[in-house]
Design a protein around this ligand. Structure first.
Ligand code: C2E
Ligand code: MG
Ligand code: MG
Ligand code: MG
Length: 286
């Protein structure tokens, strides 16, 4: 312990902790300002059908480039936003931006909802407000929650899920397989989709056990009539194995990295993109 290893060490240790705290509170202040100035951007990553590779949905992912620190990843700023309560404002901002961007693309939109947002009593009203404001249809919106949203207070979670589903909004379980979520969860909560975590996709080719577990999860999804998306698909071999196992939806770098709206629109949803896809189909047919 710090105590038994001498005074100097204890001193150093508490200094390091202070520095950590200072850095966090500095980033928190910058994040608050970034939100106010509209510096939190949204990138969109395609989710495709495993047979045709057609884009059926995009996942909105928050992006932040700080003028002083450069790119700060969501793995850093989302926890800070959660601890400071800023996640409520950030979530609302991401949802609004995403609804406006995706509206004309004729595909679904998936948005991440943190457990902090999920236990916020105003969540449903906040979401409905943005849908109304932007004219985005509830039936095209999918909220990605993690098991953290389900375990803490399952009665509250259940009523939140039914309130959202009553509005026509779908719920998917993100990062499935990484924590405690069990098969029981899939029955207990009314979920619309499961996303198999990237860590399974990563190991599916080299680890027989992972391959078997992943196949079993996909079979279970089919049995429960739950669509399954595999996350983090990077290679054609992974895609082939997952497709053979019965997985119908893919997300990953093989099919598209997260892109800002203008880049994604130019690549997939503009007139020229549509024309080049037609050419591509024609070439394939002949
Ligand atoms: P997530 O919801 O599981 O999102 C998928 C993450 O995997 C994203 O990381 C995405 O860029 C990354 N990814 C997708 N395909 C691949 C691949 O083929 N290879 C690799 N190496 N990575 C891939 P990202 O954007 O860094 O986001 C990390 C996490 O931060 C998200 O995980 C989500 O939990 C959280 N997050 C991001 N944006 C938001 C947001 O607006 N609100 C909330 N509450 N959380 C967010
Ligand atoms: Mg997600
Ligand atoms: Mg995920
Ligand atoms: Mg994840």
């Amino acid at each position: 312990t710090a105590k038994s290893s001498g005074k100097g060490r204890a001193h150093w240790y508490s200094n390091a902790m202070d520095e950590g705290r200072t850095l966090r509170s500095e980033i928190e202040a910058e994040l608050r300002q970034a939100l106010r100035q509209g510096d939190i951007k949204v990138a969109y990553q395609p989710i495709v059908r495993s047979d045709s590779h057609a884009i059926i949905c995009v996942e909105a992912l928050a992006r932040w480039t700080s003028p002083t620190r450069g790119v700060i990843g969501p793995d850093v700023f989302i926890p800070i936003a959660e601890q400071s309560g800023l996640i409520i404002e950030l979530g609302q901002h991401v949802l609004r931006e995403a609804c406006l961007a995706v509206k004309d693309w004729n595909i679904d939109l998936a948005v991440n909802i943190s457990p902090i947002q999920f236990r916020h009593p105003g969540l449903v009203a906040d979401i409905l407000f943005v849908l109304k404001e932007t004219g985005f249809s509830a039936s095209r919106l999918e909220l990605e929650i993690t098991e953290g949203s389900l375990i803490e207070n399952s009665a509250v979670a259940q009523s939140m899920i039914s309130a959202l589903r009553e509005e026509g909004i779908r719920i998917s379980l993100d990062d499935f397989g990484t924590g405690y979520a069990s098969i029981g969860y899939l029955r207990k909560f009314q979920l619309d989709k499961i996303k198999i975590d990237k860590s399974f996709t990563d190991r599916i080719e080299r680890d027989r056990e992972t391959a078997m577990i992943t196949t079993a999860i996909i079979a279970l999804g089919s049995a429960l009539n739950l669509p399954i998306t595999a996350e983090g698909v990077e290679t054609a071999d992974q895609a082939a194995m997952l497709r053979i196992a019965g997985c119908r939806q893919f997300q990953g770098w093989l099919f598209g990295k997260p892109l800002f709206a203008d880049a994604l629109e130019a690549a997939f949803f503009s007139k020229t993109a549509a024309a080049s896809r037609l050419d591509h189909d024609r070439l394939r047919l002949h």
